[in-house]
Structure formats: structure tokens, C-alpha cells
Design a protein around this ligand. Sequence first.
Ligand code: IVH
Length: 681
Amino acid sequence: MSQPSNDIEQRIGDLSSRLNQYNYQYYVLDNPSISDMEFDTLLKELEKLENEHPQYKSPSSPTQRVGGQPLNNFSQVTHRYPMLSLGNTYSKEEIVDFVQRAEQMLGKEGLEWVCELKYDGLAISLNYINGILSQATTRGNGIVGDDVTQNIKTIKTIPLQLQGDDYPADFEIRGEVIFPHKAFEEFNKIRVENGEEPFANPRNAASGSIKLLNPQEVAKRKLDCFLYFLLCEEDQRLSSVTHYEKLQMAKRWGFNIPRYLAIASNIEQIMDFIEYWDMQRKELPFDIDGIVIKLNDTTLWNALGSTAKSPRWATAFKFKAERVSSTLESVEYQVGRTGVVTPVANFTPVWLGGTWVKRASLHNADQISKLGIRIGDEVLIEKGGEIIPKIVEVKHREGNEHKEFEFITHCPVCGSELVKEEDIAGHYCPNYNHCSPQILGRFQHFISKKAMNIDSLGGEKMKYLLDNNLVADFADLYALTADNLIGLAAVDTDKKVSIQEKGATNILNALAQSKSVSFERVLFALGIRFVGEVVAKKIARHYINIDNIIAAQYEDLIQVDEIGEVIAKSLLSYFANAENLLLISKLKACGLHFEVEQSTIGSSLLGKSFVVSGVFENYSRESIKQTIEDNGGKVVSSISSKVNYLVCGDKMGAEKKRKAESLNVKMISEQEFSQLLNITN
Ligand code: IVH
């Protein structure tokens, strides 16, 4: 017999509010009143009833927490009240100044300040209408943010339905979404297991998570949220309530408010709070980056007002980047694709800025001697920009003072003697063609997006091709067949990648498509030392084809705009190597582009050579150079009789001018250059 519909509606409502209450007890109060199994049974019953009777499903139903349908994009929401940020300082004196300024402005001493933790996450604004979460918006630019309601609903400590009956009918509450350490670590571990890049820190991970379009993905990440700022100007009942009391009210309605709060009545108490948390923050299960002080008496907020960006009734004291001490256990050496050898310090793992760190780059031998490190020393580690760990200080342990650190003399992989060039920091392995990390690195570079874009091959698969001896040089890639690829698996068995039929087809298609990649990118893909994307473009446009580049002499190369001594020498040494020349002829035979396609660039300045000097009124020097190259002209760095035009800006070099005059090189202004383009186009 079917139940009457009002019974069902009532049961759904009853289950919803009971589950919301259990959720609150479990997540916010950390004090569950029923077992997980009982909770799951009730949740399943609710899900079933809602599926059968979707008309009774409410937006505050706890079933919403598992995440709704993926979105195509977020809609934009204008904040009812702008989302200001806080002034901040690293100096305690400035906190004293801030407090004194407020006292002076208000003509009052002994003001009460609420001290709170400054959570390091993503700011969020929640709107509740009649006790139900109606909308959640990111800060965005402070005026307009993204509607991330679906994602926010997956956070268990955010109430979907408020408790009690004294909440305002329509109000906003703001806070910070954070990724607690434990959840962050578990989440990163899974990412690494799946072959994905781990997030650098909990803040980035929290913010990246809330900006995901698929709420079901967000639901998998155990985010949390603290709410620290209640806004409700319309409700007269709240107009004279202190900030502290508002937070207590929010707590009664079911919000997760800051756990560690203090009311300070003088500067000393504020400083005590700062010092205490600077010491204790390491023990917290989430990241904070400072403390916030807010004037408790909200009736005085308006009198103090705000600057364009931040209020004068609150400010933040930021902690200096955290430094931790560890012990240097060893130094290992990594060989990059260009042969550069990078020393990396391995130290005893330490918890820093939300992650365990155990390695830091030492960059090169100079850096090692600057730091003066020895194995076994105490090292102090900081996170640069809060992300990349670096050793900032070394303290010699007893008995270590006299040991000298010796940089390796031979490549740790192929054994070749390392080279240290005068004008380049660091050592490199000169065994360009036969040192395995260089070969793998070069292949990974060759197939990368910005080079040949043979994306479906990917770094790991590339390694398998090399391990299985299917390729020895780039040209071999173009001889691969589906039979070669299918079933190919890792030689080192801990990686689980193997290539199936579909994967093989994708790789072969990408290889075929890569044959249409422009000469500029092919030149970049070759991986010549110091020839990055921009330089490759300059050289390709200048010389038009590979044969001209191969034939170019040193004096000629350094004439090219932005090609200095180091790049010129690197090009010469690359093309002096017979193996490289053979590779190029093989790649030509594969059908790769080794000539600039004239159709891709204009030809109005073809054959004309320019020097651009000085500061211009309407364009940057770079954009003038770009325009010349885009129209087939060449940009060179110094005046010679081969130069056709000197484009003269303000504060142009006197020497260039004199030389141009003596060699009869035509000097044109920015306006004349524009005319030249118009005439020729
Ligand atoms: S109050 C008008 N309280 O810090 C002031 N902000 O640099 C509203 N934050 O945008 C913010 N913990 O994202 C406040 N206890 C706290 C905070 C806090 C972290 C963040 C928030 C804000 C930023 C300002």
C-alpha cells in the first residue's frame, strides 16, 4: 500500500533535519550522537524517498552534500556588500600604530579588540534566506565573484539549514575555506598514485577545489570552512551587537566559527596572542598565515570607515615565512635535458607550510659554497613564495667545520667529465648524445605541447619507448607503427602504463599531425641549449631556413636581435656536431618543416633589415620589433652597412645614431615606420 503523500513529505523533512543535526554534531562539534552506520541507513532512506518523490526534495537536504551535476561555467554574482580585504603588516610596531590611530580617530582609549586566527585558504561569502543556504560566492575581484553554491554544499561543516529561530531572514556570513593538513595529505597521496601533480600547499588545493566545475569531485576532498564575519545591516536587532557576540550567535545557528578567539583590551594582550600563535601555529591541524584583530564594538565601525581596499576597524598581522630546522643527509645530482647538473639536498623530512619536505634544490656549485654546507650540518629551510622549499642558512654541527664539500667531477649517470664554463653558473655533462637523462629529457621536450605537441605520447610512455629500444633519435619516432606500440609496457615494473590499440592510434595521429608544426617550433623542439621558444622564433624568422642557420658564422649570429655570445656559441657547437646534422637530414626526410612558411608571415618588409633603438610614444620597443618580424623584416642588434633602417625613439643611443649617419643608414621615426608599413601593406 502506498503512503499518503503528506506522510512522505513529512518523513523527508524529518529525515533531512535530523541528518543535518547529526552532521553538525559530527563535524562541527566533533561529538557524534549516532553511529556512522545508523547515519548511512537514514541517508539512504532519504535518498530513496527523494528519488521517488523529487518534488519534496529541499535545497537544504543533506543529500546535496554528495555533489550535483557538473557545470559548464560558474555564473557571476555581484556581492551585496563588497568583499574587502584586510590591511596587513609583518611589523608589530605597525599594529601598535593601527590601534593608536583607531583610538585617536574615535577619541577613546581602551578599546576592545577581538583577536582571531588568519586562516590561509579561500575567502567565501554565504547568503542564507530563511535559514537555508541560498548562495555561496567566491571573492573574485571583491565586487563580482563566482557562484560556487554546489561546491560549497559539499563541505560538511557548512550548515545547509540553520538551527534555532532567531537568525535574520536574509543575511550574509563570510569565512575561509581551508584544506586541513590530514585531508590535504591524503588527497595529494592519491593524486601522486594516479600519476597527477600534487598540489603545492593546502591553500592552492582549497582554492583549486572550490573552482572545480564538478561538485562530485569537490565532495571527495575533505574541505573545511571557518566563518568569521556576519553581515546584516538590515536587521536592527543586530545593529548594536558586538562582533564577538555575533560570532557566538552564528555558533548557535550551527556555524563553525573560529575556534581560538580572544578579546584583548590593550596592546600587550594583542601581542601575547600574536606571539602565542606564532609559536603554536605548527601544532594546528590547518594552515594560518597570521592573526586578525577586529574592533569588537561594531557600532564604531562606520565612524572609522574603510579605505578603498580595507576597513580601518580591522587589520592583519602576518607571520614571517616559517623556518624549520633539519639535518642535511646527502646531496644528489640531477642531470637535465641540456646536461646541466643540479645538486639537490636531501634532508630529514620536516613539516613545513602544510607539507612534508625533504628535498631542496641547491642550484649549483656556487650556491653550495655560498651556503658553506657539509653533510650532517643543521640546515634551516624556508618555503620561497611559500611554495618551493629552499635552504636559507646552514649551521655546522660539531666536527663538521673543517670538512670541505666537494662537488662531483663526473656525470653521475654516464661518467663523463663535467664541464664548468666561465660565463655560465654550474656544471654540465658534455655527453650530449649518449647520456640517458639528457636523451629522455630531450625527447620529453621534443614531444611537449609548445614544441611538437605529441601530447598523447606523454613523458612516461616516452621512457618506455627508449627503454624498449624502439627509438634512438627523434626521427625514429616517425617510423613507429601500431605493432611497435601495442602491448608496450614499462621495463621498470612499478609503473603500470601500457599502450593499447586506441592509445597507439592516438600517438600515431599526433605524430602525423606534428609534421605540420612550424619551423620556429621545430627549431625549439630540437632542444639546443639556450634556444627557448622566443629565441627559436627570432632565429627562424631571421634565417628563414635551417641551411642558412647551419651556415651562419659567429659574427653573423651575434648580429641577430637578442642573440648574444652564449646563444651563438651554443648554436655553433650544435651544428658542428655531425650526429646533429644527420638528425636534421633524417627529420627533413620525415617531412618536418625546416623553412619558415612565408604565408604565415607578412612579406611587406621582406629583405629589409632594422635596428630599433630608444623609447617610443605609442608602442613598446618589443612590439615594434614584433611588427617588423611579422611582416617579414629582420631585426638586428647593431648598425652595419647591411641595415636598411634605424627606427629612432626617444633617448636613443648616441653611438648608434653616429654610426647610422656615417654608414648612410636611413633613420626613421615611429610615425615614419607606421607609414612605411601602410605603404608597403
Ligand atoms: S575578516 C573586511 N577574519 O584574510 C574584512 N579575514 O587579507 C573581512 N582571512 O580576505 C575579513 N582569516 O580571506 C577576516 N579571521 C579572519 C580571517 C580573514 C583569514 C582572510 C580573508 C580576507 C583576507 C584578508
